[in-house]
Design a protein around this ligand. Structure first.
Ligand code: SAM
Length: 209
């Protein structure tokens, strides 16, 4: 990510944290499906974790979550929330997925939510996730294929362009191909009813855990 995009997310962080979830019912369903994959001894990593709500919500169900985000301000807000709720098993770190240094086969689950469409190198990132997952590991994603999916996107898109932030447009089929090309099997796919909703895909690194 360019520094201009990071400035954009820093600029948006407070507003983003106040923004209500566009489709609460769909969000809850995605949380529930994700939880179905969790076990109490699991090590989870989330990239593009934003203001930390998803990592915090999942924290009671796993051993540890490392949540990274390229924006310092997003990370600060996330840490503040975790401190307030006395969450001890989530570590928030400011880092882009590109600069994140990780050994192969480290995580049981990796989450990338509302992020893949923002990356200019999503294929590279998907391959990186594949490597950092243990055999049998799970990649949980929620990805919008058009900029108007979330109410929020309607106002971030024009401001974002000023900062060089481009929403990448691709189809669900293309996204799944990027995942299967990297070696993943598609384990779960769901798109909430409604126009242009983000598609929720759980991909699995083959092999027995
Ligand atoms: C649309 S928000 C999504 C936040 C959160 N995952 C959610 O679902 O609400 C995108 C987030 O990704 C972060 N981000 C963008 N590019 C990134 C990158 N290359 N590496 C890590 N974080 C990134 C931004 O700072 C922002 O917090």
């Amino acid at each position: 990510m360019t520094n201009r995009s990071l400035i954009f997310w820093d600029f948006m962080a407070k507003r983003y944290s106040r923004q209500p979830i566009a489709d609460e019912e769909a969000y809850q369903k995605k949380l529930e499906v994700t939880r179905g994959y969790f076990k109490p001894d699991m090590k989870v990593m989330e990239f593009g974790s934003g203001t930390g709500s998803t990592a915090i919500t999942h924290s009671p169900y796993v051993k540890h979550i490392l949540a990274i985000d390229g924006s310092t301000k997003m990370t600060e807000i996330a840490r503040g929330k975790a401190d307030k709720e006395n969450i001890r098993n989530v570590t928030f770190k400011t880092s882009t997925i590109d600069e994140f240094d990780v050994l192969d086969q480290t995580y049981d689950v990796v989450m990338g939510l509302s992020i893949l469409h923002l990356l200019k190198n999503k294929e590279e990132v998907i391959t990186k996730v594949y490597k950092m997952l243990k055999t049998g590991g799970i990649f949980v994603t929620s990805t919008t294929c058009m900029g108007n999916t979330m109410k929020f996107a309607k106002f971030i898109a024009p401001i974002g362009r000023l900062f060089g932030l481009v929403l990448r447009v691709f189809t669900t089929k293309e996204l799944k191909k990027s995942m299967t090309d990297a070696g993943f099997l598609i384990d779960h796919e769901w798109q909430p009813p409604g126009k242009n909703k983000a598609v929720f895909i759980v991909a699995k690194k083959p092999g027995r855990k």
